[in-house]
Design a protein around this ligand. Structure first.
Ligand code: ZN
Ligand code: ZN
Length: 356
């Protein structure tokens, strides 16, 4: 599996007409090499694959990255890697322009005057969009953790509980179920705060009548799940019911539209049109969903601006929402695997309106 990733990356170097590529983004490095540490630079050329680490990671890199020759460096990983490329006769060297700082770029230019540096984007990210069977298994396991965590936390949502305390219990539960850590800061937004799509858990006490939006997910073995559910504390009002069902119907319609060959933009439009039709068009400001994998926001995106065409093997979230300032909001999010014929929803937490 690892061999083919490295070989596939080499084919991309040929397409881009660079003789070598410096990898600095850790998810990309991990995908190509297997490394799980926090500091490294990889250099890939047509024939060589070198891995630069400091003394903390020498042993680990040797164990995790069998296809790479590991080199221990005392400082300046990036410049050392570029100099190695120069010494091997590389003239055109690609680098990940979205992750290299202006200062690092200046240093590279000064230290390696013989190299033509070429900023590239998406070299590994594009490869990462379509998941292989092993990756899908890891995402399934992460999805099982979110579902089990939601079942655990649901009876604990009640008036008088502080959002932050609930988040702490939720995070603890995810870890007990096997998460390495939270994939992102857990969102628990109740009452008027639920109108904030990304309202991190706060000091607010949950009250009767509140919408409570929970958005959370673990990172496990480098892969993520991402679930959102919104519940009502007590009996829902007619307006709460209407908003909730509008979001739910939009989400179900969008999931129904998922299949290989469909445009990310078109899926977004299905949900957006439904929400517009119900009169809430002004209250759905964000994109419908994002790819999920090594990053919580992996490619491709489903949004009005997306140019992506979904392919089998892509895992994407579908997460429409309605957020009404000073009133509250609803979002419902599931993780979906695009299959050869349609899609498989990987998260299974209940989503009929829940009154707790
Ligand atoms: Zn989410
Ligand atoms: Zn999400």
């Amino acid at each position: 599996m690892q061999t083919s990733r490295l070989e596939r990356l080499r084919l991309r170097l040929v397409e881009k007409e660079v003789e070598g590529l410096l990898l600095t983004q850790l998810d990309n490095i991990g995908y190509i090499s297997g490394f799980t540490g926090s500091t490294a630079v990889a250099l890939v050329t047509e024939r060589a694959a070198l891995f630069f680490v400091d003394s903390r990671y020498e042993v680990q890199a040797q164990a995790q990255c069998p296809e790479f020759e590991v080199r221990k460096v005392s400082d300046g990983l990036l410049v050392t890697a570029a100099k190695s490329a120069q010494e091997m006769g590389v003239r055109t060297l690609g680098f990940e322009q979205d992750y290299v700082t202006v200062r690092q770029h200046t240093d590279l230019g000064n230290e390696c005057p013989d190299l033509t540096l070429m900023g590239l984007s998406g070299m590994v990210e594009d490869m990462r969009q379509v998941k292989d069977a092993g990756e899908i298994d890891l995402i399934r396991t992460a999805c099982k953790i979110v579902d089990d965590t939601f079942a655990f936390i649901l009876p604990r949502i009640k008036p008088g509980v502080r959002e932050r305390d609930l988040a702490l219990e939720l995070d603890w539960r995810m870890r007990r179920l096997g998460a390495e850590k939270e994939g992102f800061d857990t969102i628990i937004a109740s009452g008027c705060r639920s109108a904030m799509p990304h309202g991190k858990a706060s000091e607010k006490i949950i009250e009767a009548g509140d919408f409570v939006t929970l958005d959370f997910g673990p990172r496990r073995q480098g892969y993520h799940a991402d679930l959102t559910r919104t519940v009502v504390v007590g009996k829902a009002t007619d307006e709460q019911r209407k908003v909730y069902h509008t979001v739910l119907e939009a989400q179900l319609k969008a999931i129904d539209a998922l299949r290989p060959g469909v445009a990310g933009k078109a899926v977004d439009e299905v949900a957006r049109n439904h929400i517009k039709g119900a009169g809430y068009g002004d209250y759905f400001g964000h994109g419908l969903g994002h790819g999920l994998g090594r990053a919580v926001h992996d490619g491709p995106t489903n949004s009005p601006k997306s140019e992506a065409i979904l392919q089998a093997g892509v895992v994407t979230t579908i997460e429409p929402g309605i957020y009404i300032p000073d009133w509250g909001g609803v979002r419902i999010e599931d993780d979906c695997l695009i299959t050869e014929t349609g899609c498989e929803v990987l998260t299974h937490s209940p989503k009929e309106l829940i009154e707790v």
